[in-house]
Write a protein that binds this ligand. Structure first.
Ligand code: M6R
Length: 613
């Protein structure tokens, strides 16, 4: 939530900062701003409600010189998304500027205290309070900026990733983090700062992930990192794995469509080097050390949010089915505020695309404190959740830019499938012949996903019929139920059509009252153990004049006869149903949203990584 970017070096900062903001826009897109220090230490600040492109238009023709700069793209928390609340914010004397991602929770009392000391605020944000606090401490104690920043951060409760510029220290940027991500790109006589590596990758592959409670002091030719208690830290420089083309649309109209089409590759990448069908083995380096722990686990608790939570529900189905370990799936946001019973024999699996979701991180911290072993399934390498976890695996889906999660979901499901099979083999809860057969089929899933994508044209035609719907119901049974939930979430978040996902059999306990000739009902009706039962559910819908769009197995005739529209997916073992049945639902929501003229990649009110609770 909110993207921040900074540059200090020998190049013009503005083009780097503005391009960085475009790359980070998926993190927040209700307003944007930049601050630039020119050669004579003039601090030029430009900020605007709206998109980064609006800001760019506003800056055109104005002075944007300087080799030190920073920028911010906002997802509003405190204060409406308007020009005034946009970042950067300034100190009262206008010598300091700050950009911030996160929330200063105790901003209220701090603000009151500062007002009583004569500070005047121009915005409604928590961020402005922090820069006034730094100014106040600096003036009061007559200390240098570095010390004032440290002292101010000690008074702050909450999460932050900040960058500070000063007219009086014009050769330095100060960056700090606690609970919000921050990456430093290391160049030759230049440094880059950003919320994630996407603005940095085209300039350098060498990066440092700042840790919580660390403050970086950056000059063009020097980087010093210290703890908040002023101990010097030795930075660990890592190599980025992402490539520039992964951050471009590559000819597609939207990132979401590109990411949907990338799934044969991303699913393949997630399983690469991890499955050995001929030997009937799954190798997961990240779990190896914890194999005994998994074998003896009394329970697995999966914590996640949104789409990742849906992947967790698929994981529950797979782990219980194959590894016979009881699984509970929890919304991280609820779990963290309960007082759940957790023992040292429990394993908590945290699933997160971004690896930065605040609620999931808080759930991990709570479970850790109660003695559980934490296992992370994340996509973004180097993000916070892998670092908080005892062990884990990366999903290797590659950067996901569209706010609606697509390839990250199927990669998470793939990772959970691998874990279920791994544990089943180690525990001896699956016959070797069965595992060999399943792994051989899993290896073919990328090509089956490729085939599922071939229904795109048909799905677009079907979408035309439903683009004006006001509601939609998604039904599925077994592991088709989380797929239904995910289909409903995709539709509502990008097309703003109200949609519900339901277990098909639950429909008659309430939602059936909603069905009439206006109600599209999307049913996962593939040939698996619940096929006959789903047919009955379709009949119940048809008897009430509902319009059925069925996701069916290739060659099906029975459901096809009953349904108004049918979309085929290739036949596969029931274990892989979620990987295949999700594809048409992603395409359906995509086309409906495009036909409705919605901003598919940046739906209203949303942000890609939810780093506030
Ligand atoms: O980065 P995470 O996987 O932790 O994010 C969790 C949710 O915020 C995310 O899945 C969200 O629901 C997406 N908008 C779904 O498309």
């Amino acid at each position: 939530m909110c993207g921040i970017v900074g540059y200090i070096g020998f190049r013009d900062a503005y083009p780097i900062v503005i391009k960085g903001l475009h790359r980070l826009e998926y993190r927040g897109y209700d307003s944007a701003g930049v601050a630039l220090l020119d050669e004579t230490s003039n601090l030029n600040i430009y900020k605007k409600a709206g998109k980064v492109a609006d800001l760019e238009g506003f800056i055109e023709g104005r002075d944007h010189s300087g080799t030190i700069g920073m920028g911010h793209t906002r997802w509003a928390t405190h204060g409406a998304p308007n020009d005034r609340n946009s970042h950067p914010h300034q100190s009262g004397d206008e010598k300091l500027a700050i950009i911030h991602n996160g929330i200063i929770e105790n901003y209220g009392p701090l603000k009151e205290e500062l007002i009583s000391r004569g500070h005047v605020f121009k915005s409604d944000t928590d961020t402005e309070v922090l820069i006034h606090l730094i100014e106040d401490i600096r003036q009061e104690a007559e200390i240098d900026l570095q010390k004032a920043v440290r002292e101010a951060l000690k008074q702050v409760i909450g999460a932050y990733a900040i960058v500070i510029m000063s007219k009086e220290d014009p050769e330095m940027l100060i960056a700090a983090r606690k609970g919000s991500p921050m990456v430093i790109g290391v160049g030759k006589n230049e440094y880059f700062i950003a919320s994630d590596a996407t603005p940095i990758v085209e300039y350098t592959k060498n990066v440092i992930y700042l840790d919580d409670n660390e403050i970086a002091y950056l000059k063009a030719d020097e980087l010093v990192i210290r703890s908040i208690d002023n101990e010097v830290k030795t930075p660990y420089v890592q190599q980025l794995e992402i490539k520039l083309e992964m951050l471009e649309k590559g000819g597609y109209d939207h990132f979401m469509l590109k990411e949907i089409y990338e799934q044969p590759r991303s699913i393949g990448d997630c399983m690469r080097g991890r499955i050995y069908p001929l030997e009937g083995k799954v190798k997961l380096g990240g779990i190896k050390e914890y194999t005994e722990k998994f074998k003896n686990a009394h329970r697995i608790i999966i914590v996640a949010c949104g789409t990742s939570w849906h992947a967790g529900l698929v994981g529950e189905y797979l782990i219980e089915e194959y590894a016979r370990i009881p699984v509970e799936v929890e919304y991280a946001s609820e779990f963290r505020y309960r007082n759940p019973i957790i023992t040292e024999n429990d394993i908590v699996i945290a699933i997160s695309q971004s690896g930065e979701t605040a609620d999931t991180m808080a759930a991990i911290e709570m479970a850790k404190a109660k003695g559980a072993t934490i296992f992370g399934i994340c996509n973004v390498v180097g993000s916070s959740i892998p670092r908080l976890s005892d062990a884990g695996i990366y999903t290797h889906a590659g950067p996901e830019i569209g706010v609606a999660s697509t390839k990250a979901f199927t990669a998470q499901v793939t990772a959970l499938t691998l874990m279920a099979f791994y544990m089943a083999e180690k525990k001896g809860t699956i016959a070797q012949t069965k595992l060999i057969a399943l792994l051989s089929e899993l290896e073919r899933i990328p090509s089956l996903v490729e085939r599922a994508l071939q229904s795109d044209g048909l799905i677009r035609e079907i979408s035309e019929k439903f683009k004006d719907s006001r509601n939609a119901l998604f039904l599925g049974r077994g592991s088709g139920f989380p797929v239904a939930l995910e289909g409903a979430l995709k539709l509502k978040e990008i097309s703003y059509i109200h949609a519900e996902g339901y277990p098909a059999a639950e429909m008659k306990h309430g939602p059936i009252a909603l069905i009439d000739e206006q109600m599209p009902v999307i049913v996962i009706a593939t040939k698996n153990s619940s096929y006959e039962k789903v047919i009955s559910n379709i009949q119940e819908v048809k008897a009430r004049k509902g319009v059925v769009i069925a996701i069916v197995t290739e060659g099906d005739t029975e459901v096809v006869r009953m349904a108004d529209y049918s979309i085929e997916i290739p036949s596969a073992d029931e274990a892989f149903l979620p990987l295949l049945a999700t594809i048409p639902l992603q395409l359906l929501s995509y086309h409906i949203a495009v036909l409705r003229g919605c901003n598919v990649d940046q739906p209203r009110n949303l942000a890609k990584s939810v780093t506030v609770e």
